[in-house]
Design a protein around this ligand. Structure first.
Ligand code: NAD
Length: 540
């Protein structure tokens, strides 16, 4: 087909309510029951075919850890090599496919996810990652649909960005994929990120090796099935679950590594960067490194803040998805004048929260992801009891599932570890400052943590909002005014942070896609000069 087409205008996927009596609630409950009673076998996916290696790692349900929900085949170095070879073989045909043909695959995936795959992928996210139905819906369904649809529109804007041409010439930009393959390494906490990290580079014409997180395998496996159902050609995205260091190291050692698309912890991204740095002379090209990593996200309240809105933001921002969002509110600064009222509201709401099996829709929180997370978060709770004042929560039980009570802790030392380290669990640390030290508190918020992902300022005084925005310009890549620091929506709040939080390439935006293309400039001259001489060479 030869046409200058228009891509469909994207809009954000509406969030379904799952209120009693709705058809989506019925469908989701049925899908949950079915998945919970099936032990899913998850193969690798190489060259379009499922691959069973026989090396199995069990995937367990975090809120019922006796329940094995899947058996996941594990890749070893041999399968990684096979997957890379297959991807490189698939690369030329995928790169040559017209943009519209590639885009159509992902637009189709978006529609299949919004429709027939929605209930199953949401159910898998609830069962495997312990999200409530609302948290699963905004992640696995809506955000992934948004990534798939909006990226197509953003990519088209990149293709349309063309250089100017002087008379007698025509200049063009050819948006080539990177030469080689991209390694996508994805986290457990968002099914949408699992889907976005491999598909964004693939949309730009790249072939991708996808190393998913073990705990998210049930949903990520269904995302792979979705892409296959949408017509993704074999070899374009190769799914290689397995021991993280082994799989990643093999891929990072390949001379055709052209990029890494990572989301996860700061330590792992730094390890990847170090490995690539050490091997830099071996690669055919300079690998592009894109990584969105940890956070220690703040809420800073001014004395003019609306107390109810602030307390709600602390509770929702801190405890939704058990605090396991990179954007979770985890250090809070409140002035002494409003603290008694804020404390009363925040503690009361925290005590109202029900924690338990997410299949019971009355639970606001499920379990944390695994034993390691449970132990890490529990040790922070122990520290809170020893060195702070626990205002709510503080306990937990790993007997049936990895349940941690939502915990509020007040600290006298604003530089305490609980105020500066990423906990990645439902523990919210609070420092109460003297109203008169507002300006010093701005500097404190800016300088306390190594991260700079999200932050929120609560104030009704407009001058104060302006002052705080200026002072905290580099403290967060996503700043919220009078709103909680979580819940970024594709194309509304492009997401990412700098400092220790990552390369800030803003997932789900044009800025991210730019990293997956290597433009070639073509100049064509219609009537080329036929002699080397210039007019200035002539004698007067
Ligand atoms: P993680 O770093 O443990 O794992 C992320 C991925 O890296 C997984 O696929 C894992 O298997 C893999 N991995 C682990 N060790 C590895 C190694 N040595 N080499 C290569 N790969 C390795 O993170 P997680 O627990 O899945 O996710 C939580 C972290 O992710 C938190 O720090 C959170 O803040 C961050 N996160 C950031 C964003 C963001 O946009 N900034 C979004 C979501 C999560």
């Amino acid at each position: 087909m030869h046409a200058v087409s228009r891509v469909p205008t994207p809009t954000n996927e509406p969030v379904l309510s799952y209120a009693p009596g709705t058809p989506e609630r019925v469908a989701l409950k049925a899908a949950l029951a079915e998945l919970a009673s099936t032990r899913t076998e998850i193969p690798l996916r190489i060259d379009g075919r499922p691959v069973a290696t026989g090396r199995i790692d069990e995937v367990r349900c975090p809120h019922r850890h006796a329940l094995v929900v899947a058996d996941c085949h594990q890749a070893s170095a041999a399968e990684v090599d096979r997957a890379i070879a297959g991807a490189l073989a698939a690369a030329p045909a995928w790169a040559e496919l017209p943009f519209d043909a590639r885009a159509a695959v992902f637009l189709r995936a978006a529609d299949l996810l919004a429709g027939p795959f929605r209930a199953r992928i949401n159910a898998a996210t609830m069962l495997g990652q312990s999200k409530t139905c609302h948290q699963a819906e905004i992640d696995a369904a809506c955000e992934l649909v948004d990534f798939l649809r909006w990226n197509v529109a953003f990519a088209r804007r990149i293709l349309e960005d063309q250089p100017g041409s002087a008379p007698g010439t025509w200049n063009r930009a050819d948006y080539r994929p990177l030469e080689g393959f991209v390694l996508a390494v994805t986290p457990f906490n968002f099914t949408a990120i699992g889907g976005n990290l491999p598909t964004a580079p693939a949309l730009m014409g790249n072939v991708v090796l996808w190393k998913p997180a073990h705990a998210a395998m049930l949903s990520n496996h269904l995302v792979m099935e979705l892409l296959v159902a949408a017509g993704l050609p074999p070899g374009v995205i190769q799914l290689v679950p397995g021991p993280p260091a082994e799989v990643a190291d093999r891929a990072l050692g390949h001379l055709a590594l052209a990029g890494v698309h990572f989301t996860g912890s700061t330590a792992v991204f730094q390890q990847i960067w170090r490995t690539v740095g050490e091997r830099i002379a071996r690669y055919r090209t300079y690998p592009r490194l894109v990584g969105e990593t940890g956070g220690k996200d703040f809420i800073l309240a001014h004395a003019s803040a609306d107390v109810d809105a602030l307390a709600t933001a602390i509770v929702r921002g801190g405890f939704e998805y058990q605090g396991q969002k990179c954007s979770a509110a985890s250090r809070i600064y409140v002035p002494r004048s409003i603290w008694p009222a804020v404390r009363e509201r925040a503690v009361a709401m925290t005590q109202e929260i029900r924690v338990g099996d997410v299949a019971d829709f009355g639970h606001f929180m499920g379990a944390v992801i695994d034993q390691r997370a449970f132990d890490r978060i529990s040790s922070y709770q122990a520290l809170a009891k020893k060195e702070g004042r626990v205002l709510a929560g503080g306990g937990g039980s790993a007997a049936e599932g990895y349940f941690i009570e939502p915990t509020l802790v007040e600290l006298d030392d604003p530089r305490h570890r609980l105020m500066s380290e990423e906990i990645f669990g439902p523990v919210v640390s609070i420092f109460v400052y003297a109203d008169a030290s507002w300006t010093d508190t701005l500097a404190l918020v800016d300088q306390t943590s190594a991260y700079a992902l999200t932050g929120a300022i609560f104030a009704q005084d407009r001058g104060v909002l302006e002052q705080a925005q200026r002072a905290l310009r580099n403290a967060a890549g996503n700043l919220y005014l009078n709103d909680k620091p979580t819940g970024a929506v594709v194309a509304q709040q492009p997401f990412g942070g700098a400092r220790g939080s990552g390369t800030n390439d803003k997932a789900g935006s044009l800025w991210n896609l730019v990293r997956w293309t290597s433009p070639r400039t073509i100049k064509e001259t219609f009537d080329a000069p036929r002699h080397f001489g210039y007019p200035f060479l002539r004698e007067p």
